[in-house]
Write a protein that binds this ligand. Structure first.
Ligand SMILES: [Cu+2]
Length: 360
């Protein structure tokens, strides 16, 4: 199934060999490193984005969204630093804006680190077509070493009848240098999902009425949560993190509604405003609760319940290491269409580490 849809995705967004150019092309695909301004810019394209139909957003489809995308670019990180934000632009060859909704979502993978709770490849950053760019305050950042191997996974979306031609994506990644003073807190995103099953879409059914689903999480290492956001679908009521022993509610995120009463997202919490953040103890049971209040008469399909935290471990060196032979890690990589990390990427990483060592 996954292979079939991965092939289908290639038909949806094909790299265009030639683009009709009336003006000289200002935009070129590739990765550029600006170590003076501490930026990495990744440009992919040009793509011709064929109509994908709107059906992929409809409930009841038996495919995961992730089956419709493709790995667009692998690259290596230039130097030791703290990644703290990104900016995405959809542009044409002349650097003019293109419709942002063409990008359904992107995910930036870090092949050299795993997620905290599961032996999966790290999702360093991601954004949806309607999502904002994310720039954290310069007091926290995700540490990255020179030569870290990264991959940009892209999924397109075009619900209009015509192919949109000559689309480039420019992703700018911002970082703080290793000599940054004061040194930022090293923290990484952690995703807690009430329904995550390896290799499966994180979705479930909600019958009419009040509905709660929960899952216990144990952090393998101690630290602090310095920020939190959440994700629910329509009719969602709240996402909470509780101390499972005392029952105390530690974080409570509620829907944010627009003037029409539609959910635009959940409240976000900065937890490290007046201190180090919410204390998290290793191996202590914390309960994530996702609640819905389904006021319709029908079962809601494809519901989700997630909390995204920014976690600062006490000892960053204790972060669990990647096991490249772990079947779960390989299965997770395969959902992004990757069956082996390319040797060329590993060679580029070695070259970048050597270069960074000479520049010190
Ligand atoms: Cu969702």
């Amino acid at each position: 199934m996954r292979t079939r849809f991965a092939l289908a995705a290639l038909a949806f967004a094909t790299p265009a060999p030639t683009v009709a150019q009336s003006a000289p092309a200002a935009v070129h695909a590739g990765v550029t490193y600006d170590t003076r301004h501490h930026r990495v810019t990744v440009v992919i394209g040009p793509y011709d984005v064929a109509p994908t139909g709107s059906s992929m957003e409809m409930p009841g489809m038996d495919m995961s969204m992730d089956d419709m995308g493709a790995m667009a670019q692998t690259f290596v990180w230039p130097e030791q630093g703290w990644f703290y934000g990104f900016h995405t632009e959809l542009i044409d060859a002349g650097d003019q804006p293109m419709p942002r909704w063409l990008m359904h979502h992107f995910t930036l993978l870090n092949f050299d680190r795993r997620t905290l709770f599961d032996p999966y490849v790290e999702r360093l950053a991601s954004a949806r077509y309607n999502g904002e760019d994310v720039v954290a305050p310069k007091t926290i950042g995700a540490p990255l070493a020179a030569g870290t191997r990264l991959g940009l996974y892209m999924m397109w979306f075009n619900d209009k009848p015509d192919t949109v031609r000559g689309v480039f994506v420019r992703l700018t990644l911002y970082y703080m240098p290793r000599n940054m003073q004061p040194a930022p807190i090293s923290a990484l995103p952690v995703v807690m999902d009430v329904a995550l099953i390896p290799g499966q879409p994180e979705m479930y059914d909600v019958p009419p009425g009040q509905h709660e689903r929960s899952r216990i999480f144990r952090f393998p290492i101690s630290g602090h949560l310095v920020g939190a956001g959440g994700h629910l679908h329509e009719q969602g009521a709240y996402v909470r993190l509780e101390d499972s022993v005392s029952g105390k509610v530690l974080i409570d995120l509620r829907p944010v509604l627009n003037a029409r009463g539609e959910m635009t997202g959940l409240t976000r919490k900065i937890l490290a405003m007046n201190g180090p953040g919410l204390r998290i103890l290793a191996n202590h049971p914390y309960r994530l609760v996702a609640a819905y209040n389904n006021t319709s008469r029908d079962t809601l399909h494809e519901a989700m319940g997630e909390m995204m935290g920014i976690f600062a471990p006490d000892e960053f060196s204790q972060w669990p290491a990647v096991d490249y032979a772990d079947r779960a890690f390989l299965t997770d990589l395969a959902t992004y269409g990757i069956h082996a990390i390319p040797d060329s990427l590993t060679a580029a990483a070695q070259a970048m580490r050597a270069k960074a060592g000479r520049n010190r």
